[in-house]
Design a protein around this ligand. Structure first.
Ligand code: NAP
Length: 242
């Protein structure tokens, strides 16, 4: 059995990624924070399509929770190494820097960047032992270009891109790749308050993207075929480059 872990698999981009990985024969561990009903929907869709999936609740911003719940799962399932890890869970709390309370800085950095360290570290050991693994980090155009009102979010995503490039060099010879996918504007709950019509003109493809379109790029980087690609960032943004 091949296992894949998708953080934030309950909704949006993470759901689309979970469904696609399951279609490739992975047993998908669908992580979520608090939205169990949505995680159940992801699982039902996978089961309806003949796939296999399990729920795995933990808060990616909380290192103790990760250690306790993901750590225990890994400990109890030593015969089921996670072959694919998709660090997808993320939040945004936009504010101008001068107005930004420390809590908004900390919570975004903890959820989007610290989680990369704590989750990846736990899963990486098994990959290194097996000499095979695929790590895909969902970052953002904001982490490349920087967007006003998103100093916290841009810093968190830029941090993951830097860590990806460093880790890729550390583990390349062990058969484990680590890459990023950087979406632009994608239609999910995260962008619900953003009016598509106001941004159409600056996007060459003149529309927001679908979660499925991001998931396709993740699926490719998670595949065996992407064996000579590491430390890379694939933009999925309709041509909205920096
Ligand atoms: P979304 O629809 O808001 O879904 C967020 C997902 O992350 C949910 O599954 C949520 O779980 C989970 N999550 C949030 N905080 C968590 C935590 N502390 N622990 C565990 N899970 C947590 O967001 P999305 O648009 O799909 O975004 C997915 C990723 O793409 C994020 O990293 C985001 O930064 C990135 N991204 C999105 C866009 C876009 O336009 N949508 C653009 C660029 C990058 P619950 O359901 O339990 O709350």
């Amino acid at each position: 059995m091949k296992y894949a872990l998708v953080t934030g698999g309950s909704r949006g981009i993470g759901r689309a990624i979970s469904i696609k990985l399951a279609s490739q024969g992975y047993t998908v561990l669908v992580n979520y924070q608090r939205n169990e009903a949505e995680a159940d929907k992801t699982i039902s869709t996978i089961l309806e399509n003949g796939g296999v999936a399990e729920k795995l609740q933990f808060d990616v911003s909380d290192k103790n929770d990760i250690q306790q719940k993901l750590g225990s799962w890994i400990e109890a399932n030593k015969d089921k190494p996670v072959e694919v890890l998709v660090n997808n869970a993320g939040i945004r709390k936009d504010n101008l820097m001068v107005m930004m309370p420390e809590e908004e800085w900390r919570s975004v950095l903890q959820t989007n960047l610290d989680s990369f360290y704590y989750v990846t570290k736990l899963v990486l050991q098994g990959m290194l032992l097996k000499r095979y693994g695929r790590i895909v980090n969902v970052v953002s155009l904001s982490g490349i270009k920087g967007l006003p009102g998103q100093t916290n979010y841009s810093a968190s995503k830029a941090g993951v891109i830097g860590a990806t490039k460093a880790l890729a060099q550390e583990i390349g010879r062990r058969g484990v790749t680590v890459n990023c996918v950087a979406p632009g504007f994608i239609k999910t709950e995260m962008t619900e308050g953003i009016e598509e019509s106001q941004f159409r003109n600056i996007i060459p493809m003149q529309r927001f993207g679908e979660a499925d379109e991001v998931a396709e790029a993740v699926l490719f980087l998670a595949s065996k075929g992407a064996s000579y690609i590491t430390g890379e960032v694939i933009n999925v943004n309709g041509g909205l480059h920096t």
